[in-house]
Write a protein that binds this ligand. Structure first.
Ligand code: F6R
Ligand code: MG
Ligand code: MG
Length: 382
C-alpha cells in the first residue's frame, strides 16, 4: 500500500492530558518525585493493557501525560487513569510540601471525564496512515486562545504553509471548530472561503479558541487542542489554563517543518505573572521547560513522534522514540525576540498593555482589590 494511504483503518487514540498538581520553587517546574509517580502509574496501566505506551513530561509546573491507546476519545478508563494519577501526584506534592499542591484538581469525585474537573485535555482518534507523524505541544503560563495564532498560520496561511499552495491534497482547505469559551458554544468555519470570519473570531484570544481542525476534502482530523478555562470552571481565578495541542503532519497535511514554522518568531500571549499580563511565548527544549523571570516568560515545548500500530513507535530498547523539536538553534531567534520583548513589557510594570485589559482582569484576584476601593469612590460634583 502507498505511503499515507489508510492502512486497514486501524483506529488509534492520542490523549494528552495535563494538570498542575504542585511544583518546586513556586510555580517553576515539576520535580522528579512527581515524574516517578506518574511513570509508575502509567507503566502499570500499560502492563494491564489499558494504554499501549506513553511519555510523561512537563511544561513548566504542569505534569503532562501523553498516552497512546485504542479506547477512543473521552474514554472513562483513560480519563480515570489520568485523574487517579494526578490525584496521587497531588497527594505526593502535598507530602513534599511542594507549592500549589493539587492546584488544578478542582473537583473531588471523578465524574467519568476529566473535562471540566481542572485538567486540560487534547485528544484525537485517528485512522492510522502507513506512516503518521504527530507533533504535540504543551505551554505553561498562558491560556487556550494562545494556539489560535499558530493554528491559523499552519492550516490557513499560505505564507506559512507552502503545502496550501503546492500540494494538491491541501488545496481543498481545512475546517476549524472554534469554541466560544464564555458562552459555551461552538461554530465550524471553512478556510479559505471563511478566512476573514475565522480571523474575526480567533483574534479575540481571551474568548475564542480553536479546538479541532479537519482536512476539508475528507474530514480527516488533523489538530485538537484543549480549550478549558479554569476560572470559568472554578468561578474564580485559579491560574491560567496552560494549554496542550496535538497536530498530525505530512503527506497531504502540513509538514512537520510547516507546523513548527510559526514558532520561528515569538508572539504575545495572555498569562505570565498571575495570569494577568501579556507575555512573549518562548519555544524551548525540554531542558528549559521551566518558568523563571516574572514567572515566565510563557514557554512552549513540542514533541514529535510517529504513531504506529497503536503506539508511539519504539526504538530497539522498546522505549518510545521522541524528538524534542524546539531543542534546536533554529528557534534561538524566537528565544532572543521573546527576551527582548519580555524586558520591554516588564519596564511598563502594571500599565496596559503590559497588563491585560480590565475585561480580562475580571478573572483575576485584582477584583478583590478593586472591590475594597469601590466603596471609597464618591460621585463627582456637577
Ligand atoms: C500564573 C502562575 C503564577 C502565580 C504567581 C502567584 O499562572 O501560576 O504566576 O500566579 O506566582 O502565585 P500565588 O498566588 O500562588 O502566590
Ligand atoms: Mg502552578
Ligand atoms: Mg502551569
Amino acid at each position: 500500500m502507498l505511503n499515507g494511504v489508510l492502512d486497514l483503518a486501524r483506529k488509534t487514540t492520542v490523549s494528552l492530558i495535563k494538570c498542575d498538581v504542585g511544583s518546586l520553587a513556586g510555580h517553576h517546574v515539576v520535580p522528579q518525585p512527581l515524574f516517578n509517580l506518574a511513570e509508575k502509574s502509567l507503566q502499570e496501566a500499560a502492563k494491564k493493557g489499558l494504554i499501549n505506551n506513553f511519555i510523561v513530561f512537563n511544561a513548566g509546573d504542569d505534569l503532562e501525560l501523553l498516552m497512546v491507546h485504542e479506547k477512543g476519545e473521552q474514554n472513562h478508563d483513560i480519563h480515570k487513569l489520568a485523574w487517579d494519577t494526578f490525584k496521587a501526584a497531588a497527594n505526593r506534592a502535598a507530602e513534599l510540601k511542594l507549592y500549589g499542591a493539587g492546584q488544578d484538581i478542582l473537583k473531588n469525585a471523578f465524574s467519568g471525564n476529566v473535562r471540566g474537573m481542572g485538567p486540560g485535555v487534547a485528544e484525537m482518534e485517528i485512522e492510522e496512515r502507513r506512516s503518521d507523524p504527530v507533533v504535540v505541544f504543551a505551554a505553561d503560563k498562558t491560556s487556550a486562545g494562545s494556539f489560535n495564532y499558530p493554528l491559523f498560520r499552519i492550516f490557513a496561511d499560505p505564507m506559512n504553509t507552502a503545502g496550501l499552495v503546492i500540494d494538491p491534497a491541501m488545496l481543498c482547505g481545512f475546517k476549524f471548530e472554534v469554541i466560544d469559551t464564555l458562552e459555551n458554544k461552538s461554530i465550524v468555519l471553512k478556510c479559505p472561503e471563511e478566512i476573514y470570519e475565522l480571523l474575526a473570531l480567533i483574534g479575540t484570544v481571551g474568548r475564542y479558541a480553536i479546538s479541532r481542525i479537519w482536512r476539508a476534502s475528507d474530514d480527516m482530523i488533523c489538530a485538537a487542542s484543549s480549550v478549558s478555562k479554569l476560572s470559568l470552571i472554578a468561578g474564580k481565578y485559579v491560574g491560567k489554563d496552560d494549554p496542550v495541542m496535538i497536530t498530525r503532519a505530512q503527506h497531504g497535511l502540513p509538514a512537520v517543518g510547516e507546523i513548527l514554522a510559526p514558532f520561528m518568531h515569538s508572539y504575545f500571549v495572555q498569562g505570565w505573572m498571575r495570569g494577568s499580563h501579556w507575555g512573549p511565548l518562548m519555544p524551548v527544549g525540554l531542558c528549559d521547560s521551566k518558568c523563571t523571570a516574572f514567572d515566565g516568560p510563557p514557554r512552549i515545548v513540542a514533541l514529535g513522534f510517529q504513531v504506529a500500530d497503536g503506539k508511539i513507535s519504539c526504538g530497539d530498547d522498546g522505549e518510545p522514540m521522541i524528538a524534542d523539536m524546539f531543542d534546536d538553534p533554529a528557534f534561538s531567534i524566537a528565544r532572543s525576540e521573546a527576551m527582548e520583548n519580555a524586558v520591554m513589557l516588564r519596564r511598563m510594570g502594571e500599565f496596559e498593555p503590559a497588563r491585560l485589559s480590565s475585561e480580562e482582569m475580571e478573572y483575576t484576584t485584582i477584583q478583590t482589590v478593586l472591590e475594597k476601593l469601590g466603596k471609597r469612590f464618591k460621585p463627582l460634583e456637577k
